[in-house]
Design a protein around this ligand. Structure first.
Ligand SMILES: Nc1ncnc2c1ncn2[C@@H]1O[C@H](COP(=O)(O)OP(=O)(O)O)[C@@H](O)[C@H]1O
Ligand SMILES: [Mg+2]
Length: 226
């Protein structure tokens, strides 16, 4: 899996007096199975970059490629299909369905309630220490447990790329570390991209993209080459 971003700008409020460059002249190439952090203060463009990578935000100018496909050349349905097949999303808020059990929440992205699918969901929940909670409803869980369920849900479809926007922001330090340990365990088969303003959760990242005011200020290479 590989992303390429060429001369990307994302501007809000075009035509108005005040314009915001959420992304400014971004050029990046991301490749391979690794953990990549996107770091910067609030408002620096981290989420915008993540959503541009996922094809969820179309830049004002410039090009974004996933493998060989340039998003603006794909139809919306093709784009949605690609995301469903290749990407898993984790958001700061978990967006679990409250009337469904933990197990059913994990199964929603694959729309499959076969025995095999349930076994797979339970094995992911087990790795997160939550198999015993599979029959509970989200409101019966702690905040940390709910976020772990959201992570299990993001992984059930075996995504090639996991895109996580501040996945640990609502967790205490211990739970944040546990979630990061778990994601780090997944990087040998996947590209994991984690947006955060907290450097401590990116201790084991292979690369860190530093952002400020919509621009990439540096790309750190911790363990291998991009
Ligand atoms: N829908 C929007 N309309 C106008 N401005 C926006 C919108 N979304 C984000 N922005 C602005 O774009 C900049 C980057 O935002 P964002 O990518 O959310 O940063 P981060 O995730 O680093 O906090 C900020 O100045 C933000 O206020
Ligand atoms: Mg953000």
């Amino acid at each position: 899996m590989a992303f390429k971003i060429e001369n990307v700008n994302l501007v809000y409020d075009i035509g108005k007096e005040v314009q915001t460059y959420a992304l400014k002249d971004i050029n990046l190439a991301l490749e391979g199975k690794r953990l990549i952090g996107i770091m910067g203060p609030s408002g620096s463009g981290k989420s915008s970059l993540l959503y541009a990578l996922a094809g969820l935000k179309i830049p004002t100018s410039g090009k974004v490629y996933y493998n060989e496909a340039e998003y603006s050349r794909l139809s919306p349905s093709k784009c949605a299909e690609l995301r469903r097949k290749d990407f898993g999303f984790i958001f700061q808020r978990h967006f679990l369905v409250d009337y469904m059990t933990v197990l059913d929440n994990v199964l929603t992205p694959i729309n499959d309630d076969s025995k095999a699918a349930k076994v797979k969901a339970l094995s992911i929940l087990d790795k997160l220490g939550l198999a015993h909670m599979s029959g509970k409803k989200p409101h019966q869980l702690s905040g940390g447990q709910r976020q772990k369920v959201a992570i299990a849900r993001a992984l059930i479809s075996d995504p090639k790329v996991v895109l996580a926007d501040e996945p640990t922001a609502s967790l205490d330090h211990g739970n944040a570390r546990e979630v990061m340990n778990f994601l780090e365990g997944y990087k040998k088969d996947r590209m994991i991209i984690v947006v955060t303003h907290d450097p401590s959760i990116l201790e084991n990242a292979d690369n860190i993209i530093n952002m400020r005011d919509g621009a990439v200020t540096s790309v750190e290479n911790r363990k291998g080459g991009v």
